[in-house]
Design a binder for this molecule. Structure first.
Ligand code: C2E
Ligand code: CA
Ligand code: CA
Length: 738
């Protein structure tokens, strides 16, 4: 919503800017066009005025020269005067010459006599040449103008006149180029019309005429024009007559007192300019539209890009749920809300998802993840929550609910444990950790704690979920402390090998011993149960196993030399499944055995049955490789893992070690006792020896002897012993093995 508003306002701003600049541009263009019109009109007016001026000058010159000749040659005869005119002026376009006598009687060159007595005063008042206003010719009623000059011959005044038809001026008007749509006037300062292109017979005064026609607003313009003309100023202006605009230009015609005035309708003079304006407008519109489109495009693609970036940053492409960063951002928001309803962070993943992927392919794996996302959303539908996929098969949830969290987790577990993909149903095993958040909890901290709870039940198939409690944290703390000192402990030889004898039931003799690590620190012994799982997690076990193996080889070599009874002692050593990721360890183990001159068939490697759960490794292949190098192999903790009879058949093992949990049941008269019987039976079938672990009493021994179990190991005979104790044990019991 907010985005849309910003989008709209951005478009609005861009559009406004473009429209304003277009309008300014158009205004500027209009001004330019108007200036251009005025300039053109001014030039036109000046041009016409100058043409008329030239004609007037020429006409005056001719009159002047005629008069000069008359006076200098002292011509008194009218006839001779006309001859002079014909000689001089005939080729010019004068209509006629006339000579007025003092009484107003006027003779014309074309032989007429007219009476101009009412104009005597005008003709005689001035010594200089005068140019008359337009008047009707008394000869032929044509509109004419008269150039006149008073001359004196022997004390008698004559007025020599050259008559020109007013039309002659009008011929010089260039408004004809406007097809007669423009009007050109020669006027006097008072506005009296001397000549006009339109032949407006009725109009006598231009100012009155204009004032009668123009709109109210333009009347002041007329006054202004009149004022200017009276002050001998040239100028331009515009007027409105009805809806039409007219441009007016006026300029003085020198020589006379006349003014040339041109009135042109805008429609004519601005035709071209209008076109320019129209084009400009069109261009402006195109620019506005173009800019709008471009800005829209940019904004939309920006929004798209932003969304893409957002998705990239916050959305998991597979499930379309939020990702880790989404959980940090929106989970924190949920934790920060002030409602007094409990908030939890849940971390969930799928046991052995890697194997699932490998087995069914990534495509089905991805579909599984999508289904999990959907189911989580569905189960938690009614709660205020954020569901995200954090990585691989790990999901993170922040949820706010009044409902018992245990119930919700049960429901999640139930819904996720069977998932159908394309009509196939897949059984999966969700592992869930949950943490109840405190007030103002940091999301990162909450995720950590939920993860800690989650990690405690990985591989523990008895628990569906784990709720974080502070004890777990203590354990983690302890683990951290151990991790800090383990390397140093190894260097300081704090790890020591203990040996636990294995006894042949029938012979009641020690036939072998299991090497078990002990960590002696500051006088105390730390139990392997505390550090072995941790070392398997952080893979320090690789170093530790090798160290123990070396110690055992060293001990074996010494014993073979010094203790007659056990020169052929067989020792079993635990080897973590963590080694199986890289098979180089086999060569390393062989090398060390060779170094101490120990026959590898004196060494039995104990591999836990649970190593076969991880289907990423092919346990049988690994066992075969180990076997190839001469080692014996025992399958440790048998009965706690998942090896099938088929697998058992293919495993190149020498020994099956029946887990203590089965042996413990012997006293209980539990039905599991039968199971031991079968295990022993099968082992015999497979030609594999059986070792019973954790044998603590005679009852168990008797039972095991009865069912044909080969070897027993347990506190009944001996606890794991330090090297010295073990050597003592051998001497005291005088045991010999072959
Ligand atoms: P495990 O291989 O099953 O070893 C047998 C465990 O049972 C030993 O515990 C031993 O002390 C204990 N045990 C033997 N007889 C009895 C009995 O009669 N009663 C009872 N209650 N316990 C008995 P330990 O030494 O604490 O070792 C625990 C586990 O740690 C071992 O189980 C083994 O998985 C692992 N481990 C020990 N040493 C090493 C080692 O050097 N490398 C590796 N990778 N794992 C080791
Ligand atoms: Ca073992
Ligand atoms: Ca065991």
């Amino acid at each position: 919503m907010k985005k849309r508003i910003t989008l709209i306002s951005i478009i609005f701003i861009i559009l406004s800017i473009t429209i304003i600049s277009s309008a300014t541009y158009l205004g500027y263009m209009q001004k330019l066009v108007e200036e251009n019109i005025y300039k053109n009109l001014e030039e036109l007016t000046k041009q016409d005025a100058s043409n008329i001026e030239n004609k007037l000058k020429e006409d005056i010159r001719i009159l002047n020269s005629i008069c000069n000749e008359i006076t200098s040659n002292n011509i008194k005869n009218v006839k001779e005067m006309f001859e002079l005119y014909h000689r001089n002026a005939g080729k010019y376009k004068f209509t006629r010459m006339a000579i007025m006598q003092e009484d107003g009687t006027t003779i014309t060159s074309d032989g007429e006599i007219v009476d101009l007595s009412e104009d005597i005063e005008y003709f005689l008042k001035n010594e200089d040449i005068q140019i008359s206003r337009s008047r009707k010719s008394k000869v032929d009623m044509q509109e004419i103008n008269i150039y006149s000059q008073k001359i004196k011959i022997e004390d008698t005044n004559f007025v020599i006149m050259l008559i020109v038809e007013t039309q002659e001026y009008e011929r010089l008007f260039s408004t004809s180029i406007y097809n007669g749509d423009s009007y050109e006037y020669i006027i006097t300062k008072e506005g009296e019309i001397i000549a006009n292109s339109a032949n407006h017979e009725n109009t006598k005064n231009i100012y009155e005429d204009l004032k009668n026609n123009v709109n109210l607003k333009s009347k002041t313009n007329v006054d202004k024009i009149r004022e200017n003309i009276e002050e001998n100023k040239n100028g331009q202006d515009s007027l409105k007559i009805l809806e039409n605009k007219y441009y007016i230009s006026y300029t003085n015609i020198n020589v006379s007192n006349w003014i040339l005035l041109i009135i042109t309708p805008e429609s004519i003079i601005a035709k071209e300019s209008k076109q320019i304006l129209k084009t400009s407008l069109l261009i402006s519109i195109i620019i506005v539209l173009g800019i709008t489109c471009i800005s829209l495009y940019i904004i939309i693609s920006n929004i798209k890009k932003k969304k893409e970036l957002y998705n990239l940053a916050y959305i998991d492409p597979i499930t379309k749920l939020g990702n880790y960063y989404y959980l940090l951002k929106n989970g924190q928001k949920l934790l920060d809300n002030s409602q007094n309803i409990p908030k939890y962070v849940i971390i969930l993943d799928i046991e052995k998802f890697k194997s699932f992927n490998k087995h069914y392919g990534h495509n089905v794996g991805n579909k599984l993840l999508i289904q999990i996302g959907k189911k989580l959303d569905k189960v938690l539908e009614k709660h205020n929550k954020v569901v995200c996929r954090l990585s691989n098969d790990i999901f993170g949830i922040v949820i706010q609910t009044n409902k018992e969290i245990e119930k919700i987790l049960e429901e999640i577990w139930k819904n996720l444990s069977k998932i159908s993909i394309e009509e196939e149903i897949y059984a999966i095993y969700p592992v869930i950790g949950v943490y109840k958040c405190k007030d103002n909890e940091e999301i990162l901290n909450a995720i950590d704690k939920a993860s800690i709870a989650h990690d405690t039940i990985i591989g523990n198939y008895n628990k569906k979920y784990a709720v974080f409690d502070e004890k777990i944290e203590d354990q983690i703390l302890e683990e951290h402390q151990i991790e800090e000192i383990m390397e140093e402990a190894l260097e300081k030889n704090e790890f020591e090998v203990y040996y636990q004898p294995k006894i042949d039931i029938k012979e009641e003799k020690m036939v072998s011993a299991e090497a078990l690590v002990r960590w002696k620190r500051e006088g105390k012994i730390i139990s392997p149960a505390k550090f072995i799982p941790l070392f398997e997690k952080n893979r320090f076990i690789l170093k530790l196993d090798l160290y123990i193996y070396k110690q055992v080889c060293k001990d074996l070599k010494r014993w073979q030399k010094s203790i007659k009874e056990i020169e052929n002692l067989n020792v079993s050593i635990n080897i973590s499944k963590e080694h199986f990721g890289n098979l180089d360890f086999i060569e390393k183990y062989v090398e060390i055995a060779e170094k101490y001159k120990i026959d590898t068939n004196k060494i039995e490697l104990e591999i836990t049955e649970s190593a076969s759960i991880n289907s990423d490794i092919n346990l049988i292949e690994i066992m075969k490789k180990i076997k190839e190098r001469g080692f014996k192999i025992s399958l440790d903790d048998f009965g706690t893992g998942y090896s099938s009879l088929n697998m058992l058949q293919d495993m190149p093992i020498d020994v099956i070690k029946i887990d203590k949990s089965f042996i413990d049941k012997i006293e209980d008269k539990n039905e599991k006792i039968d199971l031991i019987k079968y295990i022993v039976k099968i082992a015999k079938e497979l030609n594999v020896k059986t070792v019973a672990e954790g044998v603590e009493n005679i009852k168990q021994i008797e039972y095991l002897k009865n069912i044909g179990c080969d070897i027993v190991q347990g506190y009944y005979y001996s606890k794991p012993l330090s090297k010295i104790e073990f050597e003592k044990y051998i001497h005291e019991n005088n045991i010999y093995s072959d």
